[in-house]
Design a protein around this ligand. Structure first.
Ligand SMILES: [Ca+2]
Ligand SMILES: [Ca+2]
Ligand SMILES: [Ca+2]
Ligand SMILES: [Ca+2]
Length: 465
């Protein structure tokens, strides 16, 4: 019995030894299968790669042991197509396979757009300088950069959208903001710190859809948007909306200035058109443009958001935090019309006729009379002048009756866009007949009397239907 136990024990030992031998690496034949074509992307920070077997082939063995895989010709490789061989090994048993690998650059360039301010007397030159972006790519030493949206070249702040592409046609995009300012700027250059609050958006609602919608974001204290222009009407209101960005909504002051008299400052009568210190992160107001012929033309407007103050157009106050933005409003003659709708459209005429307004429809020449006994100052002339008939029919001669020139040397008629449609000289104190262009569309026009220096002495609206 004891002997039998010894035999069993010996058998078990022998069996276990034999069993261990059947699963040694040397007895387990691996297999390996290469992918016919493989794609490998270069790293983002380099232009060469070492081929990794795990991405090129699969391998295994019948006995379950995972083979060790290696690429016999691992590189380094750059962009291109290569043959490779993968070897799978278990102990001294091995198997090989081969395939093709295509190494690709899949990394787009880093755009590296530039935000800058240039001071120059030549906006065109400044623009050419401003387009310099310095993209960096993992492979392409000189990736191609081009702006695919160009804006008008002028003084102001312009965003340029850029597309940058490397040799493998990987694209990236960015926006550079360039402010081009003249060397000699007539207005004080304000200073403010936009770290905590800034003007994030300004909308100005001009006439004839000449609106400004400017999501300016953080301009580092001063946004120079004099290239953004809206036409507004003398003697009327226009809408202004602005919104703050940043973290502070505790104490916010808003101010708006317009240099109505165009003398390079915002300090004259009525030139601070709005101010309020509160906590409202938005501004939504109507601004009145006084009826003053001296205000006609393009005028600088400055919007100012300040922390805990309303300290004027040039320098943020005690705390120095906030942002300024400058715009242009182009002040035109009033577009007031008797029907209360927006001017200048055919629909206005249709509406007027639908309301059975008593408009003259015969071909009687239009007469504009200036009272020869009135003083020469413009307001009096405006109040005494009569235009008849008005509205008048288009394609009829216009008679301008001037009993006295009152210093007027030219008459011009402009459309609501301010575009001149006709100009005549006034040389004598007699009736002047103007043949309006035959194709002059129905709508609203302004008759304007100019003196020898092209200053407006009076103006009146003319309606053609
Ligand atoms: Ca690349
Ligand atoms: Ca801004
Ligand atoms: Ca002024
Ligand atoms: Ca002044």
């Amino acid at each position: 019995m004891r002997h039998a136990i010894h035999l069993i024990a010996l058998f078990l030992i022998t069996f276990s030894t034999l069993s261990a031998k059947t699963v040694t690496a040397d007895d387990c034949q691996p297999w390996v299968a290469c992918q016919q074509f493989s794609y490998v992307a270069l790293p983002e920070d380099g232009c060469t790669t070492i081929l990794q077997a795990s991405s090129l082939a699969d391998a295994g063995s019948a006995c379950g042991i995972v083979p060790i895989m290696e690429v016999l010709n691992p590189g380094p490789y750059t962009i291109g197509t290569y043959f490779f061989t993968v070897r799978a090994s278990i102990g001294n048993q091995s198997a090989d396979c081969s395939g093709q690998v295509i190494v690709q650059d899949k990394t787009a360039p880093e755009p590296n757009c530039i935000n800058q301010t240039l001071f120059t007397l030549d906006p065109q030159t400044a623009f050419n300088e401003a387009i310099l972006a310095a993209p960096v790519d993992n492979c392409d030493a000189n990736p191609t950069a081009f702006a695919f949206i160009f804006e008008a070249v002028d003084y102001g702040t312009f965003d340029h959208d850029w597309s940058i592409v490397d040799e493998s046609e990987n694209y990236s995009y960015c926006t550079s903001r360039t402010t081009i300012r003249p060397i000699e700027e007539p207005y004080c250059t304000p200073a403010a710190n936009s770290s905590y609050e800034y003007i994030n958006q300004v909308n100005i609602y001009g006439m004839d859809n000449s609106n400004i919608f400017n999501p300016s974001g953080d301009d580092n204290g001063y946004g120079y948007y004099v290239n953004e222009q809206a036409r507004v009407s003398m003697g009327e209101h226009f809408g202004l909306f602005a919104a703050a960005g940043g973290v502070n909504t505790i104490s916010l002051g808003w101010e708006v200035f317009i240099d109505f008299n165009n003398d390079g400052d915002f300090n004259d009568l009525n030139e601070r058109v709005y101010h309020n210190l509160g906590s409202d992160p938005t501004l939504n107001i109507d601004i009145f443009v006084p009826f003053n012929l001296g205000y006609l033309g393009k005028r600088r407007m400055r919007v100012f958001l300040q922390y805990a103050g309303t300290d004027g157009p040039c320098q943020a106050g005690a705390y120095g935090y906030g942002e300024y933005e400058d715009y242009i409003i182009d002040i035109r003659f009033t577009t007031w019309n008797p029907w209360g709708s927006q001017p200048g459209t055919d629909q206005d005429i249709v509406d007027a006729e639908a309301q059975n307004i008593n408009t003259q429809t015969d071909d009687t020449p239009l007469e504009i009379e200036v009272n020869s006994t009135s003083p020469l100052d413009a307001p009096t002339l405006l109040s005494n002048r009569t235009i008849y008939p008005n509205p008048a029919r288009a394609n009829t001669p216009v008679h301008l009756q001037l009993g006295d020139r009152h210093g007027i040397s030219q008459l011009i008629i402009t459309n609501t866009l301010g575009q001149e449609v006709i100009r005549v000289s006034v040389l004598e104190n007699r009736a002047h007949i103007i043949d309006l262009p035959k194709d002059l569309p129905a709508g609203f026009y302004v008759v304007n009397g100019l003196d020898a220096n092209q200053q407006s002495l009076w103006a009146e609206q003319l309606v053609l239907h």
